[in-house]
Structure formats: structure tokens, C-alpha cells
Design a protein around this ligand. Sequence first.
Ligand code: ADP
Ligand code: 5GP
Length: 211
Amino acid sequence: MTEKGSLIVLSGPSGVGKDTVLKLFLERYPDCALSVSATTRAPRPGEIDGTDYFFISRQRFMELVEAGEMLEYAEYNGNCYGTPKAAVEARRTAGQHVILEIEVQGAMALKQRGEQAVFIFLMPPNWQTLRHRLEKRGTEAPEVIGNRLCIARDEIGQAPEYDYIVVNDDLDRCTDQLHAVIAAAGCRTENMSAFIQEVIEDAQAIDVSDH
Ligand code: ADP
Ligand code: 5GP
């Protein structure tokens, strides 16, 4: 029997390196899948519809929310972001661990409604580094960077609500530590119940009195 894959929620302030870490992570650990979110934000240069996000209108986004097709959603810096539910469920049922790279409000909504997930917060080594990374990326206008830094300060304040904190200092080390956390979470007893049952059933089917 295939164990259902875990749900992994990864949050962290804009510019901390979520996309960068996840890219390397998925190359190294292909047993995990990244959920592709829907957003009303405009694509950045190089972003591909259906790969980086599903870029949709606000009207379409609200239709999906009303149809109950979003696992969670939130408004961030004037745009809507949400996780399409069906794809996540299909992958988990096939045994893949699914990672949601989502901001804090959406993550906390999942936690509050008791969703069984591993909540991981990616931290910068310090505030200056976060600021520097966001500026260096150069994908936002200065006023947007300012807004993102304000949101980042609030988000970091909510880091203690998460199960694990992983620091993105060295990319290589951080990627492996993220994997260690996910692997440990996968070994939780509640994630191994089908496996335990299988071994028990095998044991019951064999006559052990000969030994
Ligand atoms: P996020 O997805 O969290 O908004 P990005 O992955 O876009 O962040 O990273 C923001 C910037 O920081 C990018 O220019 C990226 O190359 C850089 N970066 C990410 N991780 C590291 C790291 N460990 N060391 C140095 N630079 C990094
Ligand atoms: P960006 O515009 O930088 O791609 O994303 C902005 C923020 O939205 C990031 O913190 C990112 O993690 C978050 N985000 C991306 N997809 C989703 C989603 O489906 N739901 C929620 N709640 N946040 C998301």
C-alpha cells in the first residue's frame, strides 16, 4: 500500500531565498513535488505560466475560491495567491511529498484548521542579508521592496508558530537541512501507519509456532 505523501508548508520573508533553495532541493530530492500556486500578480521576466504560477485574473481567482478549489489563499502586497487543491491531493495520494511555498497568513490558516502538515520557516542569517538579497534580485521597484521588507518584519515575528526553523546562510547546507527536516517528519508514527499495518498483517498470516 502506498503511504500518502506529507504536506510540507514552507514560508519565509520575500528575498530569503525560498525559490533558490527549492530549485536546488527539487533537483537533489525528486521524491518531493512543489505545488504551483495561482496568483493575480503579473509575471516577472522569465516566469512561465503553469510552471512558476498560474497567472490569472482576480475574477477567475475569486471564482476558484468560491468553487472551493483552493486549499488556502491570501492577499499579499495587493495581489491574491492561492493553492489549487486538486493537484496537491492527487500527488499526495500517489505518495509524493508536496511542498507549498506560501506566505504566513495562508500557512497559519492551514494550521488553525488543523491541517496535518509540517510547518517550516526559512530565516535569513540576519536582517541586513535579507535586505541585500531582495535589492540584489532587482525584480521589484524600490517602493515595492520597501513594502516587502515591512511585511517581512511582521512575518519573521510569526516564525515561532512554525514547527521548524531553517536558516538560509549557505545554500548547500540549507538545502540539505531542509531535506533532513522533511525526512524526519515523514518518519513520524502517524505517517507510517499503513506500513506498520502491512507488517502486522504479514506477521499474522505466518504461523510462527514452528520457530
Ligand atoms: P524568495 O523566493 O524567498 O523571494 P529568492 O529565491 O528569489 O527569494 O532569492 C532572493 C535573492 O537571494 C536571489 O538573488 C538569490 O540568488 C539570492 N540568494 C538566495 N539564497 C542565497 C544564499 N544562500 N546565499 C546567497 N544568495 C542567495
Ligand atoms: P512572490 O510575489 O514573491 O512570488 O510571492 C509573494 C509571497 O506569496 C511569497 O511569500 C510566497 O511564498 C507567497 N505565495 C506564493 N504562492 C502562494 C499561495 O498559493 N498561497 C499563499 N498564501 N501564499 C503564496
